[in-house]
Design a protein around this ligand. Structure first.
Ligand code: WT7
Length: 704
């Protein structure tokens, strides 16, 4: 959506938006890391960047691979012969569960691997040592192999909440070379079913229930919906394994389907004490799938590798999370997202860390809960999202001061963090004594792409910082010309080189993999030289003169709600399942806590009257088909959608109205009058004064 000032300059939307952002989010003063942190850091050697320079690529990543135990060392660091399907550490063999569990036993058998904090505050925490984790992973692996008949290369869908049985199940899969696909527990049964079908899983692993905001939620019923949905999509699920939140107690009303459904605690009995040798996997074998949203309705199964992925998350956990085995590390994210895979489970456990998991919501029973957990367990590394920080700050700005907190290091991930919120995190939560790393990356990336090195780089509130070791970004404009480095001008951020954590493909859709991430700036489709294949991240970004990157948000029609990606097309197709709805368009609106929320516009079929009931049905349809996190801020019933003469819905016009932006020139639309009607509906008779708006909203609906 080009504003007036923008129209006068050349590459309009980009330049003006940068100027606008600068108005309400200026360059910030840098803050130095504290000396106490530097003294103990894993990485305090300023020559590290030379070791990972582009001249040393790809061999530099040997440093990360050498953090792992290999059954067989690799012969080729990077094979580019099937570009852009990169192969890392070719010829190498290893097992992920061995690397995360078995190899720590000699030294750390009796040390906590996981500390699980249930949501009910009177239920004691569970401390799982490496020895105990080893036992549980082996028993579960035996059950998966000998009871569920899973073999290396099979896919399994896991739809579980934040309980220790989740990492146990993942590691058991990894032990066998079974590819897991963990679906966020808060996703609906339908959403899970679509992912079961796409991945071709015949086994679903779930849980009967879990606590959320003080309530014991019945989760088993989602499994029944998931299996039915998968079946409709042509995928039969023959086995459903159900962990129990309170074995022996009735938690779910849903009946067990004989022959299909099994309580894990019951079928696990014969496997007690069993051992399963870890299967030695090729470095290039897939470890897991993680589904994420894109511009089309179908979620993408990002396929991550065994050796490259584990090397990358281990290296970045060591240098950027700065985890030592003696730390108490709490990544307050959900394992159902990539953050949890990389930085609760695989990276920390590969380093023999103690990783804390919490079952519930941050504000249960009150806003002091996270700080009580941190105080009680003496957490010294804390990792969470700007959304959670905003929520905790809003509900209890003084609350952290009531507790004895000892953070030396804190991370944020998932969205840009407002400098004001950053300062609260730094001063009130971190007491000015902790370093903060703002880590930019994506589901597809495996691990961090931009972040300060905690002991070496000063922090700049609101900026992710320099690229991490071995990552070489570049910003291109729409024409493919490079935006000068350090110019402060916005454009599309790309990574020039492959790295070990990058996903291997989209499960079952290699063409979409190439076209979404590589086609835009590819110089020659036949080339096997990685230099011709920059990775297109789909984010707008700018690089300041000091080399720090600031991420401006998605440039496609993806809405980042509370740090989670929602595809507008997925939301729209959910709306269209309501029989009264003729057309639907979903746009992002700004929200004080969640960053962005979806706002829904619908038009109704002829003869159907607008009513609050229809609007509520639409909101409910989104909740049941995707999940509660996708619930729209509002559902607006409009007489017609603004459309081009060719009949395309102009989402950018709706986004402009929802965000009190200038709608720009709409005279060429097929139905320009409807724009003013909708504007009045949303803003009232008098147009709302134009607000400065962030880049992702300004660009929304413009890229096709
Ligand atoms: C999108 C990826 C990977 C962890 C969680 C999200 C946005 C991520 C930052 C950050 C500004 C960020 C980007 C990115 N994003 N981290 N530190 N600063 N924006 O994973 O669901 O794959 O979403 O989140 O827009 O493309 P995801």
């Amino acid at each position: 959506m080009a504003s007036n000032s923008a129209k006068q300059s050349g590459d309009a939307s980009i330049e003006s938006s940068e100027a606008q952002i600068a108005v309400h989010w200026g360059e910030e003063t840098k803050v130095a890391p504290p000396a106490t942190f530097i003294a103990q850091a894993n990485l305090a050697d300023p020559t590290a960047r030379d070791r990972f320079s582009l001249e040393r690529f790809p061999e530099c990543f040997k440093e990360y691979a050498d953090l792992l135990s290999w059954d067989q060392y690799w012969h080729t660091t990077l094979d580019t012969s099937k570009a852009p399907f990169w192969k890392w550490f070719v010829g190498g063999r290893l097992n992920v569960s061995y690397n995360c569990v078995d190899r720590h036993l000699a030294k750390y058998r009796n040390k906590a691997a996981l500390i699980w904090v249930p949501e009910p505050e009177d239920e004691p925490a569970q401390v799982i040592t490496y020895q105990e984790l080893y036992q549980r992973v082996n028993e579960m692996a035996a059950l998966l192999r000998d009871f569920a008949h899973l073999k290396t290369g099979d896919r399994v869908t896991i739809h579980m909440p934040m309980v220790p049985e989740l990492p146990v199940t993942m590691l058991a899969c990894a032990r066998l070379g079974v590819i897991h696909s963990v679906v966020f527990g808060g996703f609906s049964g339908e959403a899970c079913g679509i992912r079961i079908a796409d991945s071709g899983s015949r086994v679903l692993i779930t849980m009967d229930g879990y606590y959320r905001n003080g309530k014991l939620i019945d989760h088993k019923k989602n499994a029944d919906i998931a299996v039915a949905t998968a079946e409709k999509e042509g995928q039969k699920v023959d086995t459903v394994l159900i962990w129990r939140r309170h074995p022996g107690r009735k938690v779910t009303d849903a009946a067990l389907i004989p022959g299909r459904d099994h309580f894990v605690d019951e079928v696990l009995r014969p496997f007690r004490g069993q051992r399963v040798a870890p299967v030695s996997m090729p470095a290039e074998a897939p470890l897991f799938l993680m589904y994420t949203s894109g511009t089309t309705g179908r979620p993408k199964g990002c396929q991550h590798s065994t050796g490259g992925y584990l090397a990358y998350v281990t290296g970045t956990s060591k240098y950027y999370q700065d985890i030592h085995p003696e730390d108490v590390y709490w990544c307050f994210a959900d394992i159902g997202w990539i953050t949890g895979h990389s930085y609760i489970v695989y990276g920390p456990l590969a380093l023999a860390a103690t990783s804390v998991m919490y079952e519930g919501v941050p504000t249960f029973p009150d806003v002091g809960r996270p700080w009580r957990i941190a105080e009680r367990l003496h957490v010294n590394i804390f990792h969470t999202s700007p959304t959670t920080i905003r929520m905790l700050r809003k509900a209890g700005p003084e609350e952290p001061l009531k507790y004895d907190l000892h953070f030396k290091h804190m991370t944020t991930v998932g969205e840009p963090i407002e400098p004001e919120v950053w300062r609260w995190y730094h001063q009130v939560v971190g007491r000015g004594k902790a370093v903060i790393v703002d880590t930019w990356w994506q589901t597809e990336n495996g691990g961090f792409l931009c972040s300060t090195i905690p002991a070496l780089d000063p922090m700049k509130p609101g900026s992710a910082g320099p690229p991490v070791l071995g990552i070489h970004p570049v910003i291109y404009d729409e024409t493919g010309a490079q935006v000068p480095a350090g110019s402060g001008k916005a454009g599309n951020i790309c990574i020039r080189n492959p790295w070990p954590g990058i996903f291997q493909t989209i499960w079952g859709d290699p063409d979409r993999f190439v076209s979404t991430y590589y086609r835009k700036y590819n110089r020659n489709p036949q080339s096997t030289d990685w230099r011709d294949w920059p990775y297109f991240a789909g984010d707008g970004a700018m690089q300041a003169a000091d080399g720090y990157f600031r991420i401006l948000g998605r440039i496609d029609d993806v809405i980042n709600v509370a740090g989670h990606r929602l595809g507008t097309k997925e939301l729209e197709s959910a709306c269209l399942t309501v029989p009264e709805v003729a057309e639907a368009a979903v746009v992002p609106v700004q929200d004080e806590v969640k960053g962005r929320l979806p706002e829904v516009y619908i038009s109704l079929k002829p003869g159907v009257a607008a009513s609050p009931e229809v609007a509520e049905h639409v909101a409910r349809a989104i909740e049941t088909q995707i999940g509660k996190i996708a619930r729209p801020k509002s559902v607006r019933i409009v007489p017609d959608m603004p459309k081009t003469r060719s009949g395309k819905i102009m989402r950018r016009v709706l986004a402009a109205i929802s965000n009190s932006m200038d709608v720009g020139d709409v005279t060429t639309l097929a139905n320009p009058d409807v724009v003013e009607q909708i504007r009045t509906m949303v803003q009232g008779a008098k147009p709302a004064p134009a607000q400065p708006v962030p880049d992702d909203i300004r660009r929304f609906g413009q890229v096709e």
